[in-house]
Design a protein around this ligand. Structure first.
Ligand SMILES: NC(=O)c1ccc[n+]([C@@H]2O[C@H](COP(=O)([O-])OP(=O)(O)OC[C@H]3O[C@@H](n4cnc5c(N)ncnc54)[C@H](OP(=O)(O)O)[C@@H]3O)[C@@H](O)[C@H]2O)c1
Length: 249
């Protein structure tokens, strides 16, 4: 548990990848829970038109491609104030480390899921400091806690996000900034379309993320399967590795 808890009411939030999936659900939930404004990041801001129509001035579309530094710089210039940064944008290509395309896929995962997250954090960190309460929320994955061989290179990128989250938390220990890692299991979004398994909704994830930061929770397991995996990880990382390895076959 962190010394900082972050109530969404009155806060200004910036979310990468806010046009669909978990990012969109988070944008809606922050606004419904009283956030003053959500800067909704998207590569194509026209994809935010329906949200904009629903929430008006409280939803501000911002062009952000986390692999394009010029869009990150422009976004930082275009946003006045941010209390909560949500590093949500992500990609997933199935495949493991022994596949011929492993290096190419690992590089793509690193570009978006890791380097993009760091660059966005650098751009907005100054805004978060010297506030009564602020937050950085990094969307990792339960597959970042132990490798899932069928999505091995993705898992590795999310393990780095887990490590970055711990590192940033240490670097910011003297600030009033909650650094939260979120470790979802399978969630019913485009990303998980090809996975035949029970999935929780992105709306449930969003509710649990906001409940988590409101209570100062640093490691958030926002759905049924991640709650189980999180418990298993805390009891025995080896048991989780074996469970994920067996799942992949
Ligand atoms: N769904 C799951 O089962 C699951 C489980 C664990 C963790 N997660 C994580 O949750 C986060 C959200 O995933 P999701 O399930 O909501 O996936 P999604 O529906 O596929 O949405 C991904 C979002 O990321 C954006 N994005 C991709 N590349 C980008 C880039 N270079 N710059 C900026 N935005 C980019 C997409 O924008 P475009 O519309 O422009 O492509 C989209 O808004 C990801 O970090 C993912 O790894 C998901």
């Amino acid at each position: 548990m962190s010394k900082v808890s972050v109530n969404p009411e009155g806060k200004v939030v910036l979310i990468s990848g806010a046009n669909r999936g978990i990012g969109k659900a988070l944008a809606i939930e922050f606004l419904e829970k009283g956030a003053k404004r959500v800067y909704a990041g998207a590569r194509n801001i026209a994809s935010l038109d329906p949200l904009k129509a629903q929430y008006g001035d409280r939803l501000v579309p911002v062009t952000i491609d986390v692999t394009d530094q010029s869009t990150i710089d422009q976004a930082a210039l275009a946003t006045e104030d941010v209390d909560i940064l949500v590093n949500n944008a992500g990609i997933l290509f199935p495949g493991g480390f022994l596949d011929p395309q492993a290096i190419e896929q690992l590089k793509s995962h690193l570009d978006v899921n890791v380097i993009g997250l760091i660059n966005l954090t650098h751009a907005f960190l100054g805004r978060l400091k010297n506030k009564p309460s602020a937050a950085i929320i990094n969307i990792s994955s339960m597959a970042g806690l132990a490798n899932m061989p069928s999505i091995g290179t993705y898992s590795a990128s999310k393990a780095i996000v887990h490590s970055i989250t711990q590192g940033i938390r240490g670097e910011l220990a003297s600030e009033n900034i909650l650094v939260a890692g979120v470790y979802p299991g399978p969630i019913d979004t485009d990303m998980a379309k090809g996975f035949e398994m029970d999935k929780d909704s992105p709306e449930a994830v969003a509710k649990n993320v906001i409940a988590g930061i409101s209570s100062g929770v640093e490691d958030i397991f926002p759905d049924t399967m991640s709650e189980q995996a999180g418990g298993q990880y805390q009891a025995s990382p080896k048991a989780l590795e074996e469970a994920f390895g067996a799942y992949a076959g």
